[in-house]
Structure formats: C-alpha cells, structure tokens
Design a protein around this ligand. Structure first.
Ligand code: FE2
Length: 203
C-alpha cells in the first residue's frame, strides 16, 4: 500500500506538505559530538553534559513548582506572593534556557520533555492539590537547596576539568540567582508581628 504522505516520484517539486514523518534520531541522548572547536576533551564534555542535565531537570522542576505556587497560593499574602512566585518563575525560565543551551554547545543533548524531567529530578513531588503558604515556601526552599548543593559540586568539578564556561554559568547565573531567591522566600517564614510589637518583659 502506498504511504499517504509519499509524493509520486514523477512530481518533482510540490507544494504539498509532507505530514506525519518519523525517522531515526540524528544523535542519541547521552552522547556528544566528537569534534568541536572548543579545546575541551570529549570526556570532559560528556561529564559536563551529564551533570548539567541533572541540573536542568531540577531547574525545570523548580520552575514549574513556582508556577504551581503562583496559581494556587491563598491567604492574606496572596497578592505579594502571587507576584513574587511569577517573578522567580520568569528568572528560572531564563536559567533553564542557559543550562540547556550550554549542554547543546558542548555537543550534548539537553533533556526537554516533562516525562524525562519527572524521571530525573531529585526534587520531591508535591501533591496535585493546594497547600498552605508555609508549605509552599518550604517546598520551594527545599528545591533551592537541592539545586544550590549540586551547583557547588558542579562548579568545583567544572573548574578541575577546565570547563570555565560551565563554571562561570553555574556560579554567576545559577548559584547567584538561586541564593537570592532563597533569601526572598526565607524572609517570609520569619514569624514577625504585623501590627503589635511583642512587649519587652522586665527582668
Ligand atoms: Fe499568572
């Protein structure tokens, strides 16, 4: 039977779009291109691509956790947290792109799809339902901690291997941004009075 997408051999150039095409991958996940003008050994690029993919999976998960929190937040601090969570989401989107493109420029392949992210991430899966603000904040901070811990290790390893670009990316962009976001979240978990200062008791 003739493939419905196949055009007749005699047709030559045609304006008919060719739908539903599939073919073998042009590069397998977990590999890097052999030759690139980067002055970095293939083994180094392989290791960095693998570690950056782990960081990518966790960063994509944190990004999505911010959107979940942005949508589902409730309570008296709704407005400020609704805005803050979305700001942090936007910043994590930028980090995701920087990490993914670093993997690609090293000759590797970035993970991209939610299925793969879900299999790889080390960040605890939250429930589908809504959680109270302190829990939302705690989950986000736990996720930052996972990422910050990995980034410190990755940065040292990138420095040892001579991948200065990866070292710079994860320190200057990923680490600094995550540290700052963690600070902004943490301050919301201080149990400070809103109206009445606590009385000072005489000794
Ligand atoms: Fe929104």
């Amino acid at each position: 039977m003739k493939n419905k997408c196949e055009s007749p051999a005699s047709e030559g150039t045609t304006a008919q779009p060719r739908f539903h095409q599939r073919a073998a991958e042009i590069q397998a996940y977990g590999t890097v291109n052999h030759l690139l003008p980067l002055e970095l050994e293939e083994t180094v690029r392989l290791e960095m691509a693998a570690q950056l993919n782990q960081l990518l999976a966790d960063t994509m998960t944190l990004r999505d956790l911010y959107k979940k929190s942005h949508w589902q937040v409730a309570g008296p601090t709704f407005y400020q947290l609704h805005l803050l969570f979305d700001k942090h989401f936007d910043e994590q989107v930028e980090l995701v792109d920087s990490i993914a493109e670093r993997i690609q420029l090293l000759g590797g392949i970035s993970i991209a799809m939610a299925h793969d992210v879900a299999e790889m991430t080390r960040i605890e899966r939250p429930p589908r339902g809504r959680e109270a603000v302190p829990v939302q904040l705690s989950r986000l901070l736990d996720a930052h901690q996972v990422i910050i811990g990995q980034v410190r290790t990755l940065a040292r390893r990138a420095g040892e291997l001579g991948d200065d670009g990866a070292n710079d990316l994860v320190v200057s962009e990923v680490l600094r941004r995550n540290e700052l976001q963690a600070w902004f979240l943490s301050e919301h978990l201080v149990d400070a009075p809103l109206v009445h200062a606590e009385a000072v008791h005489a000794k």
